[in-house]
Design a protein around this ligand. Structure first.
Ligand code: NAD
Ligand code: WQD
Length: 354
């Protein structure tokens, strides 16, 4: 087959490929839907809207000028999920749906296990019953627990230091057991570091329901004067300026990593499970992030140094080389871009999607 013919056949195949995106109305899921539609995939979203608004999906459609299918449903409803998979002739599943607040998971462990592990089990059973065995799963750097050192490779030791982390570890294990038991599955477990930023249009972004726990949304709300000042949790860590170091990754880069993983899986023989870090490989401290945010957005972010936060580690950043080697993917956007796009989203949507 000539190269051009091969290309056309592949484009045709991809353009008919239906992707089920669970949790697609949420922060990362909505950005993923946008890029999937842009790439020519057909998209079906299941979301119960516990932590999101369907306005995000309307905005996605406007941005890309294409339609997706949205079904308001809980993934624990196995029979309904099965019907959706069959009706829409789904070819692959990207599984984002889940609860993600670490502190809340300590307070409500049963709800976290039931929603995250129970939800994953129902979804995987529905997939199996329909013979759909291509899966991408949102895992997290939280599975590395308290890392001995950074950069962190995929082979580093794993542990869970809170119920949320336990749910991610459990689901990873379930996926590995499924792939081992049935040689028709293909799966990619993607371990995200610290996703931040927003689509550069400022039309979709992260919309925390309450006071944010994570650093970037807290900074944007302080910059907007919705919150008075930021508490910097500790300046006596063993890091260059004493504040915590993390691997912040732009959400657009993160979702491009999913597209790369999907293309990879679709071109692999079955019985394939890959585990890949999605990070930039670059550590950035809390103070560095504040300074970059202030400079690029020309706005002051008042802060004070506070006590360390329980459970925090000094430093955590990825060894991102395997993602490049395997998926030919690497993050392109820098901290300035992350700060600019986060603030653009916040200023254009001071009350989120409300
Ligand atoms: P999000 O809360 O914005 O999105 C999750 C979506 O899942 C929401 O729209 C929510 O309504 C939906 N959902 C939850 N439970 C559901 C259920 N039972 N049935 C149907 N829908 C359900 O979170 P996000 O930041 O977009 O995270 C997406 C995924 O990535 C999660 O699995 C999260 O654990 C993982 N992750 C997130 C981060 C991060 O910092 N944002 C880091 C690592 C991993
Ligand atoms: C980053 C840095 C804080 C808030 C969490 C989850 C992890 C993953 C990503 C889902 C740290 C400091 C923060 C503040 C601060 N989520 N900070 N003041 O803790 O690295 O990771 O989100 O999988 O599982 O644990 O992210 O944004 O909370 O903190 O000084 O008000 O900012 O101490 O050094 P974290 P974060």
């Amino acid at each position: 087959m000539s190269n051009i013919l091969f290309f056309l056949v592949n484009v045709e195949r991809m353009s008919k490929h239906q992707v089920l995106v669970t949790g697609g109305a949420g922060y990362i899921g909505s950005h993923a839907c946008l890029q999937l539609l842009k790439e020519g995939f057909e998209v079906v979203v299941i979301d119960n809207l516990t932590n999101s608004s369907k306005i995000s999906l309307q905005r996605v459609e406007e941005l890309v000028d294409r339609r997706l299918v949205f079904v308001e449903e809980d993934i624990r409803n196995e029979k309904e999920v099965e019907k959706i998979i069959r009706f829409h002739n789904i070819g692959s599943v990207i599984h984002f749906a889940g609860l993600k607040a670490v502190g809340e998971s300590v307070e409500y462990p049963l709800e976290y296990y039931e929603n995250n592990v129970g939800g994953a089990l129902s979804l995987f059973k529905a997939m199996k019953n329909c013979g759909i065995k291509n899966l991408i799963f949102s895992s997290s750097a939280t599975v590395y627990g308290i890392p001995e050192k950074s950069p962190i490779t995929e082979n580093s030791s794993l542990s869970a230091v809170n119920p949320y982390g336990s749910t991610k570890l459990s689901i990873e294990k379930i996926i590995q057991d499924i792939v081992n038991s049935d040689n028709q599955w293909r799966s990619a477990i993607l371990r995200y570091f610290n996703p931040v930023g927003a689509h550069p249009s400022g039309k979709i972004g992260e919309d925390p329901k309450d006071i944010p726990n994570n650093l970037m949304p807290y900074i944007t709300q302080v910059a907007m004067r919705k919150l008075e000042k930021l508490s910097v949790y500790g300046d006596d860590y063993d890091t260059p300026d004493g504040t915590g170091v993390r691997d912040y990754i732009h959400v657009m880069d993160l979702v491009d990593g999913h597209i790369a993983a999907l293309h990879y899986l679709l071109n692999q023989p079955p019985k394939n499970n890959v585990i890949v870090n999605l990070g930039t490989g670059i550590g950035c401290s809390v103070l560095e992030l504040i300074k970059t945010f202030e400079k690029i957005n020309n706005i002051e972010v008042p802060y004070e140094i506070a006590e360390r936060r329980a459970g925090d580690v000094a430093s955590c950043y990825a060894d991102a080389s395997y993602a490049y080697e395997l998926l030919n993917w690497s993050a392109k956007r820098d901290i300035s871009q992350m700060c600019k796009d986060s603030f653009e989203w916040q200023t254009k949507n001071p009350n989120g999607f409300e």
